[in-house]
Ligand binder design. Structure first.
Ligand SMILES: [Cu+2]
Length: 218
């Protein structure tokens, strides 16, 4: 076998290896994404909120599964993925994001690294009604398990209306868990969105969404 043959074989092997990945990337019929949630503003929550969010795409079904521990107990927790409407990859903020140095990274201060609120993990994610959704409530021990399956087509359609030109692009987004009890009141320097109380939107955990190898289906 001469060098030309070897080269041809390498090309064929390359095509065989690369082509399936290219196809999967364009239309992921089966894909899995995970975000490991790390605590934010732990001094304010008097705990350490951790957990994991999983997104499993199976045909037209997107299953969103969020498990949270150590969150403020008996409290409703807003949860979403946030991202940039220009397609820039989002990341979770560090303490440096605390622009007004009040010791708390509030929702507004997450904007530089994480963009804007996009899809709610509430009772109707595809409805994308962030402010009026029904969100999960942590139990007396600060834990909850959220599990919801939505139509990929329905979610993508609503998403494209809200963010023209954007695709879901889960691996460019971050998951946020929000919410501390209304009392004791947060310092007045903690900002929120419009009329929504800062206690509702205060970020308590964040995790960047990454694509992971889905289990092979036989
Ligand atoms: Cu959010």
């Amino acid at each position: 076998m001469n060098a030309t043959h070897l080269h041809s074989l390498a090309l064929i092997a390359g095509v065989l290896v690369i082509a399936p990945f290219g196809a999967v990337a364009a239309t992921p019929d089966h894909a899995m994404y995970v975000a490991h949630l790390k605590a934010m503003n732990a001094g304010t929550t008097k705990g350490s909120t951790t957990g994991e969010a999983r997104f499993i795409i199976d045909g037209d079904n997107v299953t969103i599964d969020v498990r949270v521990h150590g969150a403020p107990s008996d409290t409703v927790h807003w949860q979403h993925f946030h991202g940039f409407a220009n397609g820039q990859p989002a990341s979770c903020p560090t303490a440096v994001a605390d622009a007004n140095h009040d010791g708390i990274v509030d929702l507004i201060e997450t904007g530089n690294t994480s963009g804007t609120t996009m899809v709610p993990f509430d009772s109707d994610p595809a409805g994308m009604d962030v402010a009026h959704g029904t969100y999960p409530k942590a139990d007396a021990r600060g834990a909850y398990h959220y599990h919801q399956t939505v139509s990929l087509k329905a979610l993508s359609t609503t998403f494209a209306k809200a963010f023209p030109g954007q695709k879901l692009d889960l691996d460019k987004r971050v998951v946020y868990i929000h919410g501390v009890p209304a009392s004791p009141a947060l310092p007045p320097t903690v900002a929120s969105l419009g009329p929504i109380p800062a206690s509702v939107t205060l970020p308590i955990a964040c995790g960047r969404i990454e694509r992971v190898a889905a289990k092979p289906r036989y």
